[in-house]
Design a protein around this ligand. Structure first.
Ligand SMILES: NC(=O)c1ccc[n+]([C@@H]2O[C@H](COP(=O)([O-])OP(=O)(O)OC[C@H]3O[C@@H](n4cnc5c(N)ncnc54)[C@H](O)[C@@H]3O)[C@@H](O)[C@H]2O)c1
Length: 354
């Protein structure tokens, strides 16, 4: 079994501890909050606690670090781990900017370790099936899609100091909430090409947006509408794909099973339904699915998913969304490189409500 550590023992860390239990030994946990890290170590049976990444790496030999701190620490801590040849599974978002993503890509080239990002909804059985059926052309060409993350986060949620700011969370619901849904969309529809977007701060006392809306074109010719919100009292997460031969859709909140998906064949394509239904599963698209895939790769000596290249694609989509929203112009893939204000921070030239 690989030797693992968890850094940041707050809310999401328990999902990692539960998911890695059968795949790795949790040899240490790290947090700046002494009481919290000790309670977590006791609950999950970790023999060692530390208050910093450097103390962990100095004292322990670990193969894998699960990085569950607030977003502003992700890239610097992942860089420390890569320098020690340790592989990282980092919570989303993996970094605050494309500049940080490129620093990670560069550091990974010189390390025996890798960096994988948590996008757990890519790993549910239905998403895997849909990617496979799309690639095999069984649904025909993807024509259009809609992707909504309509969640509700109240003022108390944003009272946590790292939330709602460009410097620590890196963005609003685009960066922190809708990222799961449109990352899944991108993993199915392939390379995106151009974005036209709007962002607004409607109701929350935050620096970032609390709502964003984007129209996206893909190199395949498909088009999509993406909406992200944290001000929507009836919460839902939805994806709908209209292919030539079928509509495929999912509605869930924080994780789906096959029961949350439906397939509606176009007339004359009813044979798609048994193809979809023959593999039904009741597995939920939670951390466990991705952590399994992660350790399968690590144990096999392969780079684990979701790779930095794939995560960078999603982060570039976010940077382009903000750039389009704040400049009022369409933004194409590849437009945001070094020298562009949206390369070093997602806020770029500044939100209009600043
Ligand atoms: N994949 C998902 O579905 C999902 C869900 C929730 C949160 N997240 C992500 O997980 C990350 C953490 O979110 P959370 O809700 O668990 O936050 P949290 O605030 O509950 O926990 C963060 C923990 O990190 C600790 N910490 C802060 N600075 C540290 C440092 N320098 N060194 C060590 N520990 C430090 C804090 O003390 C805290 O215990 C965020 O990036 C968030 O976006 C992902």
């Amino acid at each position: 079994m690989k030797r693992a550590a968890i850094i940041g023992t707050g809310a999401i860390a328990a999902a990692h501890a539960a998911a890695l239990r059968d795949r790795a030994d949790l040899v240490a946990v790290v947090d700046v909050d002494d009481d919290r890290v000790r309670a977590f170590a006791e609950k999950w049976g970790s023999p060692h606690v530390y208050s910093s990444v450097s103390a962990l790496l100095e004292a322990e030999t670990v193969d894998v670090v699960h990085l569950c701190t607030p977003p502003q620490y992700h890239a610097p801590m992942a860089l420390e781990c890569l320098a020690a040849d340790v592989t990282v599974l980092v919570e989303k978002p993996p970094a605050l900017s494309l500049a940080e993503m490129d620093a990670l890509v560069e550091a990974e080239r010189g390390s025996a370790g890798h960096v994988a990002t948590v996008f757990q909804h890519r790993f549910g059985p239905a998403a895997i099936r849909l990617r496979r059926m799309t690639a095999a052309g069984q649904l025909g060409r993807p024509l259009m899609a809609t992707c909504s993350t309509l969640w509700y986060r109240d003022d108390a949620y944003f009272a946590v100091p790292w939330r709602g700011s460009w410097d620590s969370e890196g963005g609003g619901p685009t960066m922190g909430h809708g990222i799961h849904q449109f990352d899944l969309l991108l993993s199915i529809l392939g390379p995106w090409q151009e974005i036209r977007a709007l962002a607004a701060r409607q109701a929350r006392d935050v620096h970032t947006e609390d709502v964003s809306l984007a129209l996206v074109s893909f190199t395949s010719g498909a088009v999509a509408a993406v909406v992200n919100s944290v001000v929507s009292p009836r919460e839902t997460s939805t994806l709908r794909f209209d292919y030539q031969h079928a509509t495929v859709e999912v509605e869930h909140l924080y994780g789906y099973t096959d029961a949350d998906w439906s397939v509606t064949p176009a007339p004359g394509h009813e044979d798609i339904l048994p193809l979809w239904q023959k593999e039904q599963s009741d597995v939920t698209s939670g951390h466990r699915c991705q952590v399994e895939a992660f350790y399968d790769a690590v144990d096999g000596g392969e780079p684990p998913p979701v790779s930095l290249a794939d995560a960078r694609n999603t982060m570039e989509f976010i940077a382009a969304l903000y750039a389009s929203a704040f400049t009022g112009a369409p933004v194409r893939r590849g437009n945001i490189g070094p020298g562009n204000p949206f390369y070093t921070t997602m806020e770029g030239i500044g939100a209009p409500w600043r």
